[in-house]
Design a protein around this ligand. Sequence first.
Ligand code: AMP
Ligand code: MG
Length: 334
Amino acid sequence: MKTELLDASGAARAAELLRAGGLVALPTETVYGLGANGLDEKAVARIFEVKGRPQDNPLILHVASAEDLDRWCRDIPAEARALTERFWPGPLTLVLRRRPSVPLRVTAGLETVAMRCPDHPLTREVLRLAGVPVAAPSANLSGKPSTTTAAHCVHDLWGKVEAILDGGPCRVGLESTILDLSVFPPRVLRPGGVTLEQLRAVLPETELDPGLVRPDEIPKAPGMKYRHYSPQAELRLLRGEKERFFDYVNSLPDAGTAVLCYAGEEGNFPGKRALAYGREDAPETLAAGLFDSLRALDTPEVALICVRCPSEEGVGRAVVNRLKKAAGGKITCL
Ligand code: AMP
Ligand code: MG
């Protein structure tokens, strides 16, 4: 298949392709999404095929504005309004009860649907012009790190989708926070760009899913059960002091070992491939750099990537969540 690479002038073309049943990789502030007309079952089915995505992993339905919620969801609690007012457009996905017009293929058979209004001018324009809700998971092959640039999308999806819309690098760099509002108290199923602290400022009752709280438990929400965000190499997530981490890494063979470290630390691993993904004291820079760095280290020569576990404050919680999934759920204490 021929894939069109569209630039900032390509919103109308992207909308046209979506309306015709095509797949288009779309820029958002979180990560790139692999979009299809959410009302077109055939197009939605192709998302699963192209990504190699398990059928029981639901998609997020993207809309142009909060006013669209009523069209696709029912029994919307007052909390949803307070949250959309504060955080939409933005990196917050709300799980609500679906109306029958939302195909079960989008929700993987669930009676709830995940809704989001992305904060990227180009994609909002596409959503407005398409006039349909756009179902989209992240625009990567299933299991791989999400795509945060058009080049990543080209790498994973070239020749498999109708178009890739280049909107530059994603600002947040990690997937949206998913909040389940179909239960009370509201529950965070996936941490992301909107932090637990920010949510609690609006809804103090907000809880973290037990699967996120207890490191050894297997998460129970759909889509949380698969190994995810993983490069080819083994990712080893290590918890401990800086010096211990340096000693540990330096005790490993140079060949095949890479380090994902903080800015300014690159010189501490002589002989090894060391790449900084952001600043230790600024978790939003770690979020923005994580997937690009994991992809950059994903070369045949690298067999093991060592990362020191960041602090779980603010967006750091989402960074640790992704690192843990990429490490197969395990944190090794030094
Ligand atoms: P992603 O796979 O990162 O592109 O985003 C989609 C994710 O949203 C899935 O992996 C699920 O974890 C989550 N999701 C979507 N719909 C629902 C739902 N109805 N209930 C719970 N989680 C959902
Ligand atoms: Mg994904």
